[in-house]
Write a protein that binds this ligand. Structure first.
Ligand code: UDP
Ligand code: MG
Length: 158
């Protein structure tokens, strides 16, 4: 079993609306380890880099000005299948299509103010983590409940 790392960001709407604690609590209670976390304001160059895949879309300009409009909380999250797991916890891009129980389903109503960003693949995760964090900013600590989250497989002959 290998632990995967993904990038999760609470966007300026989530920070301004006081949702940081709620979102961090969901991640911790799920059993993921927060390997890095910082509050920061993104500059326009970094925002355009982060959202490069959307540069030709009509919403790109608004997205860049929104994401740079106030502080975000950037995180590296680690766990078994964390990339897909965090996307599942987020819900769909459109909050109206996101089921209750998901972050966007519970905490957002509008597509352009959907509270969180999460990497959509392992490749995106690697790229986004290295855009936001130096290697030295990522912690290799172990959760105290690690053995409960990931029980060691017993040998078949025992
Ligand atoms: N977005 C938008 N208008 C659109 C599509 C997307 O404002 O028509 C914003 C939305 O906030 C979304 C972000 O652009 O979270 C990135 O879009 P993507 O398709 O990558 O969605 P995500 O990966 O965040 O679910
Ligand atoms: Mg995306």
């Amino acid at each position: 079993m290998t632990l995967e790392r993904t990038f999760l960001m609470i966007k300026p709407d989530g920070v301004s609306r006081g949702l940081v604690g709620e979102i961090v609590q969901r991640i911790e209670q799920k059993g993921y380890r927060i390997a890095a976390m910082k509050m920061m304001t993104i500059g326009p160059d970094m925002a355009r880099d982060h959202y490069a895949e959307h540069r030709t879309k009509p919403f790109f300009g608004d997205l860049v000005s929104f994401i740079t409009s106030g502080p975000v909380v950037a995180m590296v999250i680690e766990g078994e299948r964390a990339v897909d797991g965090i996307r599942a916890m987020m819900g769909r891009t459109e909050p109206k299509d996101s089921p209750p129980g998901t972050i966007r389903g519970d905490l957002a109503v509008n597509l352009s103010r959907n509270v969180v960003h999460g990497s959509d693949s392992q490749e995106s995760a690697k790229r986004e983590i290295s855009l936001f964090f130096h290697e030295g900013e990522q912690n290799d600590n172990t959760r105290a409940d690690h053995a409960w989250l990931y029980p060691i497989q017993k040998k078949k002959d025992r």
